[in-house]
Design a protein. Structure first.
Lengths: 264, 177
C-alpha cells in the first residue's frame, strides 16, 4: 500500500473502524512511512483534544420541565395528535408552560414521595433514587474537582468519617467530584466518576455490619454494585454496564487499602 | 404505559440530545426548541423503538427534527450546504458558550468545529462527542457507512486546516499530560 491509498483511510484506521484486511495494510504502511505516521498522530491528537476540550452541552432545568410538560400533555390527550406547528415556535412553550409547570411540580412531588417511601425499605432503591434525583436536578456534583486531594478534605470536613478517594483516570474512570447525600437516614459521601458518557455515583460509608445487599442488582435500568473493603461499604450506581461497574468498584474498595493511610 | 417507557428509555439521553441539537443549531434557544419537538415525536413513535438502542434512536429523531426546524427557520443554511462546494466553505459560526472553555486554544478548537459545514460537523460531533461507532452514525444520519467514513475524514482534514486554528503556533500537538 502506498501513501495515496493509505492517507484517506488513516482517519477510519485511527477510529478502529477499518475491516481487518485494510486495517492490516494501513498499519503496515504507517509503521514504515514517517509522513503517514505523523498524519495518524495528528488525527489521534485532534480526537483527544476534541473529546477533552469541546463542550458537551447539558439540558437546562427549563428544558427538562418543558419535556416533562410535553410528556404530561401526551399522556392526558391520547391519542396524540399531529404536533402543532406554530410559526413562532416559542409561543407553544408559553402557551403550555404554566399548566405544564404546575403539572410537573405536582408530578415531581408525587414521584419524590413515592421514591422516598420505597427508599425506606431498600437501600438499593434509595441509592438509585438519589442518583436519579441528582442527575435530573443537575445536583450530581457539589465539589467539582478531578483532584482527590481536594475532594477528600471537602467530604471529611462535612462527615464524621473520611472516605478513601482515588482517581482511576488511567483505567478510564475519571474522578469528576463529590457530593453529600443521605442514605439510610445518615449523611453519606458520594464520589462521582465519569466513564465515557456515563456518570457513576459511588456511595461510601463505614461498614455497618447490617445485612448487605446482593453484590449486583438492576433497578429501573440502573446497575447497582455493592462491595466491602477498607472498612467501608461501597455502593456504585450507574447506567454503565455491570461488567464495567463491578471491577471498578472492586478496585476502589480494595485499592483504597494502600492509599487510605496516605490520603488523610 | 408510554410515560414510564419514555422516562426509562429516552429521558436518560436528554443531555446527549440537547448537546447534539446545540452543536447542529449552534444556538441554545433553538436547540431547546428542536429537542422539545424531538421529544414530542419520540413520544408519538415510541412503539417503533425496539431493544436497547434508545440513544441512537432518539438522536436520529433529534437530527430529523433539527433539519425540519432548519427548513422552516433557516432555509438558507440547508441550501448552502446542498449547493456550495463544501470543501472551501467555513460558515460564519455563532460561537457556542464560551464560559465552559478552558483557554484560547480550546476556544479556537471549539469555534473551528462549530464552523464546519453541517454534514461534516454532525458526523464529527457524533463520533467525538457522542462517541458513536460509524455504524450508529450511519443509522442516525441516514447515509451509508462509506459516506460516514469519508465525511469524518474530511471533517478532520478541514479542521486541521481551519483558519481559526492557524493563529495557534502549534495547531495540534498540544498533548495533554
Amino acid at each position: 500500500m502506498n501513501c495515496a491509498a493509505a492517507l484517506p483511510l488513516i482517519s477510519a484506521f485511527a477510529d478502529g473502524e477499518l475491516d481487518v484486511l485494510r486495517g492490516h495494510s494501513v498499519r503496515k504502511h504507517v509503521a514504515g512511512c514517517a509522513a503517514c505516521a505523523a498524519e495518524y498522530e495528528n488525527i489521534r491528537l485532534l480526537s483527544t483534544r476534541l473529546r477533552d476540550e469541546a463542550p458537551r452541552f447539558v439540558a437546562s432545568p427549563a428544558l427538562q420541565s418543558r419535556v416533562r410538560a410535553a410528556l404530561h400533555r401526551a399522556e392526558t390527550e391520547q391519542p396524540v395528535g399531529k404536533p402543532r406547528r406554530v410559526a413562532g415556535t416559542r409561543s407553544w412553550f408559553f402557551g403550555g408552560a404554566f399548566a405544564g409547570c404546575a403539572a410537573t411540580v405536582l408530578a415531581w412531588f408525587m414521584v419524590t414521595a413515592l421514591l422516598q417511601w420505597h427508599a425506606s425499605e431498600d437501600l438499593v432503591a434509595e441509592a438509585v433514587a438519589m442518583h436519579v434525583r441528582a442527575t435530573l436536578g443537575n445536583h450530581l456534583i457539589e465539589i467539582v474537582s478531578t483532584d482527590r486531594h481536594t475532594v477528600k478534605p471537602w467530604l471529611s470536613a462535612r462527615l464524621d468519617y473520611s472516605p478513601p478517594v482515588q482517581d482511576l483516570a488511567e483505567a478510564g474512570f475519571a474522578l469528576a467530584g463529590g457530593r453529600l447525600d443521605y442514605l439510610d437516614g445518615r449523611p453519606v459521601a458520594v464520589l462521582v466518576y465519569r466513564y465515557r458518557l456515563h456518570m457513576i455515583d459511588v456511595f461510601v460509608r463505614p461498614e455497618t455490619g447490617h445485612a448487605t445487599p446482593a453484590a449486583l442488582r438492576t433497578l429501573r435500568g440502573f446497575n447497582v454494585v455493592h462491595a466491602s473493603g477498607s472498612g467501608m461499604e461501597w455502593l456504585a450506581v450507574s447506567d454503565a454496564g455491570s461488567d464495567v461497574l463491578s471491577p471498578f468498584l472492586q478496585q476502589l474498595a480494595q485499592g483504597s487499602a494502600s492509599t487510605a493511610s496516605e490520603a488523610r | 404505559m408510554p410515560e414510564s417507557r419514555f422516562e426509562e428509555l429516552i429521558l436518560p439521553h436528554l443531555d446527549a440530545a440537547y448537546s447534539l441539537a446545540r452543536w447542529l443549531a449552534r444556538d441554545g434557544d433553538d436547540a431547546e426548541d428542536v429537542v422539545q419537538d424531538a421529544c414530542v415525536r419520540a413520544i408519538k413513535y415510541l412503539d417503533s423503538l425496539r431493544g436497547s438502542e434508545g440513544r441512537v434512536w432518539f438522536l436520529a429523531i433529534v437530527r430529523r427534527a433539527f433539519y425540519d426546524w432548519c427548513e422552516r427557520n433557516r432555509p438558507a443554511e440547508i441550501l448552502r450546504n446542498a449547493t456550495e462546494a463544501l470543501d472551501a466553505a467555513v460558515d460564519p459560526a455563532i460561537g457556542p458558550e464560551r464560559t465552559l472553555l478552558r483557554d484560547a486554544d480550546s476556544l479556537a478548537l471549539t469555534d473551528a468545529l462549530a464552523a464546519l459545514p453541517l454534514p461534516y460537523r454532525e458526523a464529527l460531533v457524533l463520533r467525538e462527542l457522542q462517541e458513536l461507532s460509524y455504524k450508529e452514525i450511519s443509522r442516525i444520519t441516514d447515509v451509508p457507512m462509506g459516506t460516514v467514513m469519508s465525511r469524518i475524514a474530511r471533517a478532520r482534514s478541514l479542521l486541521q486546516r481551519s483558519p481559526l486554528l492557524q493563529s495557534m503556533r502549534d495547531p495540534l500537538p498540544r498533548s495533554s499530560p
